[in-house]
Structures are given as structure tokens and as C-alpha cells.
Design a protein around this ligand. Structure first.
Ligand SMILES: [Zn+2]
Ligand SMILES: [Zn+2]
Length: 277
């Protein structure tokens, strides 16, 4: 297995009993990468046998609350399970350092309580932030991470990540509508992970605030068109809005299949896909 993608959370900001918030785990060679930190992420990592202390890096696509709400839990759990000063690496768009500084301030009281109680916990929570721009290429544990721009306006900046190892590639599109940067991110990728919405369902609800969400996310059809245009091998939708109702999987799949000839993997939290080469 060269690269494996696990959907840790397939939910959205709307509370749901069975869907954790947006988060995706990518295993690529020696690298263990967590993309976004939505509601319940540490629980879902545990279900995969992964502890925050085992992560090579955390990648953030953007700083919307549903993607960062449990970053504090990742940071704290990482810290209390280290045996010495070990920074957690957090990669994200400009603004990520400011976010991490604010989370550290939020955790300051707790850090003090724990350090007062445990003499060996003499070192503070440590986070190594790398702010990235479109075009940035990083190497994390022998795996290449390329950064491309996405379009989730008015949220700016937002980025997608292309993770490559040993000839296999995963494109993490995050939230957003189709754009040239997303096409570049996905070109020829083995696996394409994308936030998707159902315009036919959301467009009918009474709440204007909910309907407005459609303007800056890809519909399932648009994401399938991106996958087809880019020649993707496996389309892995996530961050479903609304949540997939029991028995409605075929309807979601049919909307995508009308635009994409490749493999569609449609599933809830902990759905995993491998790209073998
Ligand atoms: Zn967003
Ligand atoms: Zn989101």
C-alpha cells in the first residue's frame, strides 16, 4: 500500500450524531498526515489506531471553524503524550500562526494546571507552524506536499494539498467551487477528496443562511465534473451537506456518475481508500 486515505469526519458545521467534523487522514510512505481538525477528530484518529503524537504533520486547508475546532484537542493530546519537547508541525495558509497563538492562549490555564501537577511536564505545548502559499512544495517524512490555490471566497486564503509518494497521488480539494487551481491540484490524481453539497436539497430549504452555503462549495455534480476533467482515478466525496440520509447513497452516487466515469467511493466516517501503484 503506497497511499491510503481515511475520511475521519464526513460532517459539516451542522451537528450530527454519526458524522464527525471535516478531517482526513493520509498515510503516504512514512508520513502520517492529518488534514483539517473538525469536531471529534481525536476520537476518529483513535478509531484508526493513531494518536496525535504519531502524526508527521497537521495540514489545514482553511481556517473556517468547522475545520479547526478540535485543533486544540490535537495540540493538547500531542503535548501530554510526549516525553520531551516535541513540536507538533502545523501547515496551513497565512493566518495559521495567528490561529495557533490564539489556541495556545486559550490553553494557557490548562497548561499551567498540568505543569503544576506533573513535574516531568516541564516543557510547554510546542507547535511548529509553517505558513504556505500556492506553489509551496514541502517534503514531510519523504512524502511530497504541493500547495495549490482553491476558491472558497469570501474565505481567503484557502489552499488544497497534493500529496505524492512513490508514484501515487492524493488531491485534497477542501471546501470551494471549481477553479483552475483545483484542476491543477487534481490533474491525473489517483484519489480526489472534495467537500460536496446537494443543490437539489439545500436549494429547497427555507433558511436563506443555509441556501447561501451553496455559493461557495462544489455541488456533487461540480466535483464529479472536476474529477472527470482532471482525469482522476477515484473520486472520494466528503463533508456532505446535507448528511447522506439512510438509503439515499444511490441518489448521491448517480448524480456523480452522470459526470464522472471513474471509481466513486461514497461512504461515511472511517471510509478508507488505497492507491496502490
Ligand atoms: Zn469552509
Ligand atoms: Zn467546511
Amino acid at each position: 500500500m503506497t497511499v491510503q486515505v481515511t475520511l475521519l469526519g464526513t460532517g459539516s458545521p451542522l451537528p450530527a450524531a454519526q458524522q464527525a467534523g471535516p478531517a482526513t487522514l493520509v498515510r503516504a510512505g512514512q508520513a502520517l498526515l492529518l488534514v483539517d481538525c473538525g469536531r471529534g477528530v481525536v476520537m476518529r484518529l483513535a478509531a484508526c489506531g493513531v494518536l496525535p503524537v504519531g502524526l508527521s504533520a497537521v495540514l489545514l486547508t482553511h481556517l473556517h471553524s468547522d475545520h479547526i475546532t478540535d485543533l486544540n484537542d490535537v495540540m493538547t493530546t500531542h503535548w501530554i503524550m510526549t516525553s520531551g519537547p516535541t513540536p507538533l508541525r502545523v501547515i496551513g495558509p497565512p493566518g495559521t500562526q495567528r490561529l495557533v497563538d490564539a489556541v495556545l492562549a486559550m490553553l494557557a490555564l490548562d497548561q499551567g494546571y498540568r505543569q503544576a501537577h506533573h513535574a516531568d511536564l516541564s516543557y510547554p505545548i510546542s507547535v511548529d507552524v509553517i505558513e504556505v502559499e500556492p506553489g509551496t512544495v514541502l517534503d514531510v517524512a519523504g512524502t511530497s506536499i504541493m500547495v495549490k490555490p482553491t476558491d472558497h471566497r469570501p474565505v481567503e486564503p484557502t489552499v488544497g494539498y497534493r500529496i505524492e509518494h512513490d508514484g501515487a497521488s492524493v488531491a485534497i480539494g477542501g471546501d470551494g467551487v471549481p477553479c483552475a487551481g483545483l484542476d491543477e491540484l487534481c490533474a491525473g490524481a489517483d484519489i480526489y477528496v472534495q467537500t460536496v453539497m446537494r443543490a437539489d436539497l439545500i436549494g429547497r430549504v427555507a433558511s436563506l443562511r443555509l441556501r447561501e452555503i451553496l455559493t461557495y462549495h462544489s455541488t456533487i455534480e461540480q466535483a464529479a465534473q472536476t474529477a472527470e476533467r482532471a482525469g482522476v482515478r477515484i473520486f472520494l466525496p466528503t463533508h456532505f451537506l446535507p448528511a447522506i440520509a439512510p438509503g439515499d447513497e444511490d441518489a448521491w452516487r448517480a448524480l456523480a456518475a452522470a459526470h464522472f466515469d471513474g471509481q466513486i467511493v461514497l461512504g461515511g466516517d472511517l471510509t478508507a481508500v488505497s492507491a496502490d501503484r
